[in-house]
Design a protein around this ligand. Structure first.
Ligand code: BJW
Ligand code: ZN
Length: 275
């Protein structure tokens, strides 16, 4: 997007204040990129589900780390030391995700899949809301809250059945191990093949959207760097600048539930054949 030596150090442009009714005007260079883009990657984080009532991990307001630090809950060591506390936290999160509904941001991304020849949705979220919004395929980098597996033998079952057996402590597996949520904790590798596919798509996409992520957890956040390094145009959607906002060509400083439907409309306008 930017000739060598002319790349800005910060976002190229900031969108003007925007309400739901107000269309989003993309800068002309970005309109040209959107018009011809074949491969698009959308990368989402906890912020996209904030308007569905699910707390984010970090940042202002009600965050999931307010009472405990990450290493006190989302690590294998924490599960080993405090199985009831960690299981109870996931039981609460499972109930919250189950009760939540996809919001206009999730639905806009589901519809965006039809706008481009190749569209890949990569999420760090474990809440299943993209799938429930109708996204055809979702690469879940950090696993899912909908399943549990045995930490010893790997036997899998729905999280709902594990919780029905015991919501207070992780239920035992016949092998002598115990069930845990099928999510990725700090220090654990990401699910086999999923990160590789996400890296491959990010390294050959024309356009990369980073939505509702603080871009602080690796290797997931590195996808933004991969895409930018390979020459993709990057759009960030986040009311607060993420740690990698300086890599974006455009930052849309609005909640995803407002910004993504407007972005979808703007993209559809760019893709319409000139009459
Ligand atoms: C809105 C909004 C609205 C609000 N609209 N936006 C390099 C340096 C240092 C350390 C590391 C490194 N590389 C790897 C590491 C270690 C570690 C790491 O990254 N640590 C960092 C903290 C520095 N990474 C790992 O351990 C990873 N594994 C690994 O590296 O394995 C290596 C290995 C290989 C081989 C063998 C063994 C090991 C695993 C990371 C797992 C992360 N897990 C969690 C928990 C998942 C389960 C669960 O949900 O409980 O994943 S942590 C948590 O953070 C969760 C999230 O997916 C992840 C990212 O958070 P996200 O989505 O960005 O959310 P927030 O809350 O941070 O941000 C929300 C944003 O939304 C904010 O910016 C708001 O402004 C915005 N927002 N409302 C739009 N309405
Ligand atoms: Zn087992």
């Amino acid at each position: 997007m930017h000739p060598p030596g002319r790349r800005p150090t910060g976002p190229a442009e900031l969108s003007p204040p925007m309400s739901t009714a107000e269309p989003l005007r993309l800068p002309s260079a970005l309109r040209a990129r959107v018009a011809t883009a074949r491969r698009v990657v959308a990368f989402t984080g906890a912020g996209i589900s904030q308007e569905s009532g699910l707390a984010t991990f970090r940042g202002g307001g009600e965050s999931l780390w307010e009472r405990f630090r990450p290493e006190e809950l989302a690590t294998p060591q924490a599960f080993h030391a405090h199985p009831r506390r960690v299981w109870g936290w996931y039981a609460w999160r499972h109930r919250a995700a189950d009760a939540a509904e996809p919001n206009p941001g999730h639905r806009a991304l589901a519809r965006m899949a039809a706008v481009f020849p190749f569209f890949t949705l990569v999420t760090q979220n474990v809440d299943g809301l993209h799938q429930r919004a109708g996204s055809p395929e979702v690469l879940e980098l950090h696993g899912t809250l909908t399943r549990a597996h045995c930490g010893r033998c790997g036997a899998a079952r729905p999280m709902a059945s594990a919780l029905a057996e015991s919501a207070e402590e992780p239920p035992p597996c016949p092998c002598g191990g115990r069930f845990r949520p099928a999510v990725v904790w700090f220090g654990e590798p990401l699910p086999g093949g999923v990160l590789e596919r996400a890296v491959a798509e990010s390294s050959r996409c024309d356009l990369f959207l980073a939505v509702g992520t603080s871009a602080t957890v690796y290797p997931a956040a590195g996808l933004i760097e991969v895409a930018r390094g390979a020459g993709a145009a990057v759009i960030e959607v986040n009311p607060e600048a993420s740690a990698l906002a300086s890599l974006a060509d455009l930052c849309v400083p609005r909640p995803a539930g407002h910004a993504l439907p407007a972005l979808l409309e703007a993209m559809e306008r760019c893709r319409k054949p000139a009459s």
